[in-house]
Ligand binder design. Structure first.
Ligand code: KG4
Ligand code: ZN
Length: 336
């Protein structure tokens, strides 16, 4: 049984083919980074139009790479929540049309749950129950994951998501878009102890995050109090130290909160997903913490951390339960 899955929730147009035994036959991602870079962030209208242009070539590519045709597809899956509504609508409309045209079931899956399921996919074995951390451009949240489809929110961010903070601090430092990978590269040359930036809620048991104060601290450390006409700093130790100290603060907070969540729930497994989990210092810090705690850590390889359609293999779990989407399935921009 072969599934075709679509992902268009933000600025990656993606399609994947996988089987009901969770073998990924192909996973194609067309990035829109170049289109959004000059605006310093994702422009929703541009994202929707690019999805419209890219989606069918991406689907063709995914089918070809999997060595199948549409006639071999027995189920169509799509991420219908959360995300940019205009972007989600492109994937949802295409999935509905394909399922109807092929006469096969349609399954809707949640993009954030799929980020955790990417860990299950990569592990090749069951990872539930576990604590799940999703750290992306849109979300920073801890979940109690009792099973692939049962996720209870333990706590989220009060303001920015971690990825959003990476992107905004990268903009302050003039490192370009997308900020996360650029900031990680810059931080590699800096001293993470150069600035003692705040680690919000680190010392209390609240499973919540806040990154806006950290972002403002970087802004003031970079420019002083007069930020109105400030230009990004030149390349050099000052910029690298700011990047390294910011990254260290984010990594510390994420690691501490994961440890607290495992202790609170009594769960000894941690599954981490979302674009920020591609960050190497974060992966190393989580690995060290889990080893100390005697817990198992699941983080997928980089291609499954950032947005993709293979992680929508979560749909196989719904297919087993015959949880199909209605023909009038809608895009739901908000989830938590
Ligand atoms: O999961 P994702 O691809 O899309 C969303 O669902 O948001 O996450 C994108 C976010 C961006 O904010 C990007 O800057 C961040 O993940 N990111 C990183 C790294 N790679 C991507 N942040 C820190 N370090 C990285 N290496
Ligand atoms: Zn995502």
């Amino acid at each position: 049984m072969k599934f075709l899955a679509l992902e268009t929730s933000c600025d990656e147009t993606a399609a994947a083919v996988f089987t009901d035994e969770l073998t990924v036959l192909s996973s194609v991602v067309a990035s829109q980074t170049d289109l959004h870079a000059k605006f310093g962030g994702v422009v929703p209208e541009i994202a929707s139009r690019a999805h419209l242009r890219n989606l069918f070539p991406v689907i063709d590519d995914a089918l070809t790479k999997a060595g199948v045709t549409l006639a071999d597809i027995g189920c169509v899956a799509v991420h219908n929540t959360p995300g940019l509504v205009g972007a989600l609508l492109i994937g949802v409309s295409a999935a509905k049309m394909l399922a109807l045209g092929l006469g096969v079931p349609l399954i809707a899956v949640n993009h954030v749950q799929s980020h955790i399921y990417a860990c299950r996919l990569a592990a090749g074995r069951d990872i539930f129950p576990c604590v799940g951390l999703v750290v992306s451009g849109g979300h920073t949240a801890l979940f109690r994951c009792d099973s692939p489809l049962s996720m209870t929110l333990l706590g989220g961010t009060r303001d920015d998501a971690a990825g959003e903070a990476f992107d905004k601090v990268a903009a302050i430092l003039g490192l370009g878009f997308p900020g996360g990978p650029a900031l990680e590269r810059e931080a590699a040359n800096g001293n993470p102890k150069a600035h003692a930036f705040p680690r919000a809620f680190a010392d209390d048991g609240r499973l919540e995050f806040s990154f806006s104060g950290l972002k403002t601290s970087v802004l003031y450390a970079c420019h002083g109090q007069d930020v109105s006409k400030a230009k990004p700093p030149e390349a050099g130790p000052k910029r690298a130290n700011l990047a390294a100290s910011f990254q260290a603060a984010v990594v510390d907070v994420l690691t501490i909160k994961c440890k607290q969540a495992m202790r609170k729930t009594g769960m000894r497994r941690l599954a981490v997903g979302g674009g920020v989990s591609a960050n190497k210092p974060l992966r190393a810090a989580l690995a060290a913490m889990c080893q100390k705690e005697g817990a198992e850590l699941f983080i997928p390889p980089l291609a499954l951390c950032t947005d993709n359609a293979a992680m929508a293999a979560l749909s196989v779990e719904k297919w087993k339960l015959q949880e199909f989407a209605p023909a009038d399935l809608d895009a739901e921009p908000n989830w938590i």
